[in-house]
Design a protein around this ligand. Structure first.
Ligand SMILES: [Zn+2]
Length: 127
């Protein structure tokens, strides 16, 4: 079981990430409305072994507008998915079920939560 100090720290990380994702999603939506090009966004960092990988966008600066649109759509989708995971983790903190594997109910390793505070499963049951 993770202690209160670690949980508070991870909650802070989740809230920071939530804010950052929201800003980036908003920037993409605004770019979409004005068609003002691709905003500078950073991709969410996933630690190795998390089971999900980020789709890296081609760094082709000559992409035409429909390609840019597709890239923005894909970026927004990835960011939204990550934000959903972060929100779900914050709910689990509220409900007192944070840091517990959804499959087997055992505590998730603290180092694993440090790498990805939104982790839902322990190493054994990662998707
Ligand atoms: Zn498990």
């Amino acid at each position: 079981m993770i202690d209160r100090e670690l949980r508070n720290k991870l909650e802070q990380h989740l809230e920071d990430e939530h804010r950052r994702l929201t800003d980036e999603i908003t920037a993409i939506q605004e770019a979409k409305m004005t068609d003002g090009g691709v905003p500078a966004v950073s991709y969410p960092r996933f630690e190795e072994g998390e089971g999900e990988s980020v789709t890296h966008m081609p760094a082709d600066e000559e992409a035409d507008e429909s390609e840019e649109y597709a890239v923005r759509q894909e970026t927004a989708r990835v960011l939204n998915e990550r934000r959903d995971e972060v929100i779900a983790a914050l709910h689990r903190i509220e409900q007192g079920t944070y840091g517990i594997c959804k499959t087997c109910g055992k505590p998730i390793d603290a180092a694993r939560l440090g790498a990805n505070p939104a982790a839902e499963f322990d190493i054994e049951h990662t998707e």
